[in-house]
Ligand binder design. Sequence first.
Ligand code: IVH
Length: 692
Amino acid sequence: MTKPHSPAQHAELLRDEIRHHEHAYFVLDTPEITDAEFDKLVNELKAIEREHPELLTPDSPTQRVGGKAREGFVKVAHSAQMLSLDNAYNIEELRDWTRRVTELAGSREVEYECEYKLDGLSMALHYVPAGADGHAATNAALDAGAGARFERGITRGDGATGEDVTANLRTIRSIPLTVSRENLAKAGLTPPFEVRGEVLMPTKSFVAMNEQREEDGMARFANPRNAAAGAVRVLEPNVTAQRKLDFYSYFLLQEGRMARSTQWEALDALSAAGFKVNPHRTVAKTFEEIWNFVSATESARDTLPYEIDGVVVKVNGIPLWQRLGFTGKAPRWAIAYKFAARAAVTQIEDILIQVGRTGKLTPVAALKPVAIGGTTVSRATLHNQDEVERLGVRIGDWVMVERGGDVIPKVTKVVDEGEHKRPPHTRAFHMPTQCPECGGHVVRTEGEVNSFCVNVNCPAKLRESLLHFASRHVMNIEGMGDALVDQLLARGLVHDVADLYSLTEKDLLQLERMGKKSADNVLREIDGSKKLPLERVIFGLGIRMVGERTAEFLAEHFGSMDKLMEASEDELVEVNEVGPRIAASIREFFAEEKNRKLIERLREAGLTFTGERKVRGTRLSGMTFVLTGTLPTYSRDDAKKMIEDAGGKVSGSVSKKTSYVVAGEDAGSKLDKATSLGVKVISESELLGMLP
Ligand code: IVH
């Protein structure tokens, strides 16, 4: 940054820089600086604005949370009806739709644009020329570079009128508060304009939020969609801000009409203007191409960081939209292909208790096995006693079981009608007073939803902490699953996670079904885990309330295990997303002599105790790529590195889990496999287009 001359200039430069990083992080998913560095910029700006209140602009990045509590939401009419979509539930219905389109269009050469159907809430955002209206009073403080300003955000409502939820939407950091003149020019756009799209809650935030709600004794949200809907409509923008929502745009309107001649170009313009556009989109010229996108999307569904419930296929050419028109409330030029619901009705045979690594007792429904979205489900979580009561569920009941993006199936309601009438001999569930694993006391503290086994030596806790430590997201020790851990415990070969690092071949050879080759594999995996970064080790310790993300923030902030261990509660709360409760939990953990000894043994074993302050992109996170054939410009290794730097994974073989196959010249069997599995095949240049 060049040296600023006046506070006004300094504030302006900081705002530009903060906006740039907000865009990089929240829209492009490719952070360029650490969270700590980002916070520093914001604090610097806040300090200037405090000292010179006359410089404060309503659209300053410091003003996302207005903090004003209000009585309710004002109803506002939409500029043009917010429509819904007709659905297709199978390939025939989708094909019929394309046939109708070609007939009505009077041409067989219709182009389609395919995109994800995001499972959120649609929203209309209005942008006006910056400085056009009341804000002009603060003219001196007006943002010199801003061309357009976010004026108002409206929920879909009944399609004709919605509710003004502007204050809450302002807290969503992928929604730009201003669009610079430069970006307007890049997008070829003049305000006023309207952006429509979907607000959603990423699965990770949803899971974390529910865990937090459980800790706070509040009811869980059933799915990310409901959680997002709740967050958008709370009367306290502060609360919305904590819910970590995201916004993806898909329509760009001017005077109530699409502002471009194709949907594809409208999305490009939105992206150029700084809005988040889902990179998973394609133009299809034939039904086969549409179907390939649908199939590839369905197989990528479980790997996505948010929930989708289908694919939206739109006619790409906007002039055709006018020709095709509407039926009732839905346009003829678009259709939603809906994936099969990942829910099914089945019966609860029993309710069992699972003891977790923290000693938490979780009631788990043992179900009559049922197929849901390609997998057979025979267990579903009931979370805790309160949830069992809220659902009113009894052993023997028929229930609805859903599997979401967080993969763990859950019971969402009791079904008691028609062929699923409650049977005569159902039984109530009660939380046991003794741990079913060790007979230890079970305690539920006042104000807590969860019950815990208080026996420090409970074998179930040890078993679960070993499984957690070895799991893929933690120390990634392949082969260290239930069967192996149970045997290691039964033979007394391990008593804590540090013992894993002193296992010998001789130890392992005593075990059942363990030959020399598998023993060596396990030892190599254990040894390999020592190279994993500090955040994994912190996560692996199993400190209460410290999940994967918090562990990353801690590693990044302190840079070493020693600094973390010494940190006071005051120092800990300075870390991103660490509040007083998490700080207390961390202090408690490190105050325990037993834990400090364990950490010393992990250090001696050679695990990574210092951190590298590297920022990895997240744009491709959750996606798996397979490279095949000779790429025109990059070597395989370089392409692999680029994908990994953007947060993606590269695998050697194609499966249903593969998100994309990148094919070059002379691509062989992997390409065939991709086609047969319906995995999307892209070229090197398409790959480059997905990268930051
Ligand atoms: S287009 C004609 N595109 O699906 C206007 N909608 O069932 C329809 N949705 O209310 C909007 N992802 O909330 C469109 N990529 C997408 C979408 C999408 C999700 C939602 C939207 C709409 C509903 C219609």
